[in-house]
Design a protein around this ligand. Structure first.
Ligand code: DX5
Ligand code: ZN
Length: 229
């Protein structure tokens, strides 16, 4: 089972964004997690397709785009053109979630669905075979640097069980409050894709930190109930 480390640049110094992205690539990140906020679904605002398009000129890291946006469908094609390799929408923001997921897949990119901490797994139960990524929010979306919600480990465990039962190869991603203390428990529970924001960016040596996160995660997966390889 491959472990993916996806740094989030949300708490980076945006005046140096290009350098940050190049450095994260050099330091061994597997993909780059880009947090898009619209000021409606979440109170905060970030950036849109033009920034993503500029970043795609300076890195070959795959872009994992997390849309914390109401009515996200109108943005799909702009983000795909800008270089997104996956688009993850929030179940809470999409009335016709199955159709929304098909729209992403029709663009030839990977489709993900994110669930807020209070949203039950049943929101994705019947569309699991269509998903490439299920993102369990381990904080309430909107800001970096928040504390991990510990009850999410049980949700991760239940989702891993659902993925196993349905034979789905979807990535089980976690986002929010992942640090050296929490990484082990989320991977033991079933996560294999780790979004890491502030805890990584505040380190002085990102290469060493990514290596550390990877080895903690690989070790936790090896000892876990869910991972057979
Ligand atoms: C929160 C975002 C996260 C955020 C995580 O709404 O979706 O991707 O950057 O940041 P940390 O790791 O600091 O909790
Ligand atoms: Zn995110």
């Amino acid at each position: 089972m491959q472990i993916k480390i996806a740094p989030s640049i949300l708490t980076a110094d945006f005046s140096k964004l290009g350098d940050v992205v190049k450095e994260l690539e050099k330091c061994g990140a597997d993909q780059l997690h880009l947090d898009i906020m619209d000021g409606h679904f979440v109170p905060n605002l970030t950036f849109g397709p033009p920034v993503v398009a500029s970043l795609s000129q300076i890195t070959s890291l795959p872009f994992d785009v997390h849309l914390m946006v109401e009515h996200p469908e109108g943005l799909f094609s702009a983000f795909a053109t800008a270089g997104a390799k996956s688009l993850t929408v929030h179940a809470e923001a999409c009335t016709h979630l199955h159709r929304t997921v098909q729209m992403i897949k029709d663009l030839g990119i990977r489709a993900g669905v994110a669930l807020n901490p209070a949203t039950p797994l049943s929101f994705v139960e019947y569309i699991l075979p269509d998903l490439d990524i299920v993102l369990i929010m381990t904080v309430n979306p909107g800001w970096g640097g928040q504390a991990f919600i510990t009850t999410m480990c049980e949700k991760i465990r239940k989702l891993r069980m659902m993925l196993k039962d349905s034979g789905s190869p979807a990535e089980l991603q976690v986002d929010g409050g992942i640090n050296q203390q929490t990484v082990k428990s989320v991977v033991e529970a079933g996560a294999n894709s780790l979004v890491i924001g502030s805890a990584l960016l505040m380190e002085r040596d990102w290469g060493q930190a990514i290596e550390q996160y990877r080895s903690l995660a690989v070790e936790a997966a090896r000892d876990s109930w869910w991972c057979s390889s």
